[in-house]
Design a protein around this ligand. Structure first.
Ligand code: CAO
Length: 527
């Protein structure tokens, strides 16, 4: 025997009416318990209304673009009587879905199939951190795969219940999030609740994606873009399953909201090499079972690598790089630096070559403003910057960071050297703020303290150029009819060929070399 059950819109707190942004099912569809039926949107949150039972959709009572109030019917389901354990209670979890109040939500470890326990390899958040829906909280590792457990709600981390190196089991509490935003499909009957089911739903996808690997032709998911994308939980789940980076998908829904169809269309276009995926048509690297050739160890990328990797990749595939090599005669500069460095050290300033190099970059950027520029979003205009914030690559135990020296053109070598030391120390200690890494116009990557003769630095897009510096070497240089020993600094200037042509590249590196050969240009006081 079967019977019909209505799934209704829950009490939505202060919202009398909410918009229906997407209808996810149609009559005849088979749904399971928790299958999202429609996506609703208030000014504060988007939420999916999940099915309260398994069954067949008999009728859909809402349309995309329409409005609906609490108690309004969403769909009617035809269900087996045996499957309806408590028909009246069926509306309860739904009713709780949209309760917009401050709640503490526990995020738990999902069912992990055959694994009773898994290791915690990385904590990605700390108490006090703000998180969005889908912000990864911890990275877990089984023998077969690594997976992030994402937050199911937006809010602030109240407590982290696991520690790096520890073990967790399915159902174990990962973190408690203090949320003012409605948790999707999360029962909020009590002030503090664990939401195993939605987490399981959210996590099942990344596990699958990790185990089977996202389609090789799709670009990797950038977590920061993914978490900021304007999309509901079920769209996020679909995107995870398909390995789609939501940050790259253009939304066709209200206020550019990303719909299921947008995700599917993006995948089709990407796989067809249509360009929608930006680099999606790149040939893939062969998958190799390394363990077949000997012992291996799986080490997940750390957080900085996960962020910087996709950015470097995006720059490499999107910007036509040209690298101009040159050498600067820094014999006089080194003599000057050696003369000044002890007095500077007495004042607590370490006068390394990099401070002079940044000053020389200021001179060259002033002469060639197209190097202090970016293409705008349309790709049709060059944005010339009237400020000069210079970034420098810092090698830290956790990976590459690029702190930025603001208004480098208004600072002398002592101020630049002081900031270099302060920002490098902060970078190494993991204490750089986001603002200290933003707004850069041009980057210097100095490997001079380590070694090498030249390299091809990747532009810190959307900047137009980056200067790579290698180790100074004493070389025989032909001068006035004889070879003389000179200290030569190797320069590797990569630039975006869409903005800068080859002649300008050579002129810029020549100007740079001239400034470095004339220390009086670099040691002048800045008014
Ligand atoms: N030639 C020869 N020696 C050099 C040099 C050069 N071009 N540049 C620096 N040195 C020397 C310095 O004088 C210093 O020597 P002393 O200790 O004897 O005085 C030593 O190398 C180390 O310098 P430093 O590293 O303390 O200071 P710095 O200002 O040169 O660099 C920083 C600071 C943060 C840029 C550097 O520590 C760093 O992290 N470099 C790596 C950047 C990087 O990873 N780039 C690659 C990015 S792309 O993956």
């Amino acid at each position: 025997m079967s019977q019909s059950i209505d799934v209704v819109v829950p009490d939505m707190g202060s919202f009398a009416e909410v918009g229906v942004v997407e209808v996810l099912v149609k009559p005849g569809d088979r749904v399971e318990l928790d299958t999202p039926l429609v996506t609703l949107e208030t000014e504060k949150a988007t939420m999916d209304v999940p099915s309260t039972t398994a069954g067949i959709v008999e009728a859909v009572h809402v349309v995309a673009g329409g409005k609906i109030s609490a108690g309004g019917r969403v769909v009617t389901l035809r269900v087996d009587a045996a499957a309806v354990v408590e028909p009246v209670a069926a509306a309860a979890p739904v009713a709780a879905v949209a309760a917009a109040e401050v709640v503490s939500v526990g995020v738990t470890v999902p069912d992990m199939g055959s694994f009773a326990e898994v290791g915690v390899v990385e904590l990605l958040v700390a108490v006090g951190d703000s998180v969005e829906i889908d912000t990864p909280l911890v990275t877990l590792e089984t023998e077969k795969a690594t997976m992030d457990v994402p937050s199911t709600v937006a809010g602030v981390v109240e407590q982290v219940h696991v520690s790096k190196g520890g073990k967790v089991s399915a159902g174990g509490l990962v973190a408690t999030i203090r949320s003012t935003v409605v948790p999707a499909a999360a029962p909020v009957a009590a002030a503090s609740v664990a939401v195993a089911a939605p987490v399981a739903a959210a996590v099942a996808a990344p596990v699958k994606a990790a185990a089977h690997a996202a389609p090789a032709a799709l670009p990797p998911i950038s977590e920061s873009g993914f978490s900021k994308a304007h999309a509901g939980p079920s769209v996020r789940k679909l995107a995870r399953e398909l390995g789609v980076d939501l940050g790259r998908v253009k939304g066709s829904g209200p206020r550019s909201r990303i719909t299921h169809d947008d995700v599917k269309a993006w995948v089709k276009q990407a796989l067809a090499g249509g360009g929608g995926g930006g680099g999606a048509a790149l040939p893939s690297v062969p998958q190799v079972d390394f363990a077949a050739f000997g012992a291996v160890e799986l080490k997940p990328l750390n957080r900085i690598q996960k962020i910087s990797g996709p950015r470097l990749h995006a720059s490499w595939v999107n910007l036509p790089h040209v690298t101009q090599f040159d050498e600067a005669d820094v014999t006089e500069l080194e003599a000057t630096r050696n003369r000044l460095k002890d007095a500077a050290a007495a004042k607590g300033v370490k006068l390394t070559p990099l401070a002079f190099i940044i000053r020389a970059c200021v001179h060259a950027l002033q002469q060639y403003p197209q190097f202090n520029a970016s293409l705008d979003a349309s790709g049709e205009n060059i944005v010339l910057k009237k400020y000069m914030h210079i970034g420098f690559a810092a090698d830290t135990p956790n990976g590459l960071l690029v702190p930025v020296i603001r208004d480098a053109d208004k600072k002398d070598i002592y101020q630049i050297a002081t900031e270099l030391a302060e920002l490098s120390a902060k970078a190494r200690d993991g204490k750089l703020s986001g603002a200290q890494m933003q707004g850069g116009c041009f980057t210097v990557s100095s490997l001079g303290g380590i070694g090498g003769t030249a390299f091809t630095p990747i532009i810190n897009a959307p900047e137009a150029a980056i200067l790579g510096v290698s180790r100074t070497q004493t070389k025989p240089v032909w001068k006035d009819g004889t070879f003389v020993p000179r200290q030569m600094l190797p320069l590797s200037l990569s630039y975006d060929h869409r903005i800068i042509d080859g002649a300008a590249g050579a002129r810029f590196s020549t100007a740079l070399a001239q400034a470095l050969a004339n220390p009086s240009m670099l040691t002048e006081a800045i008014p």
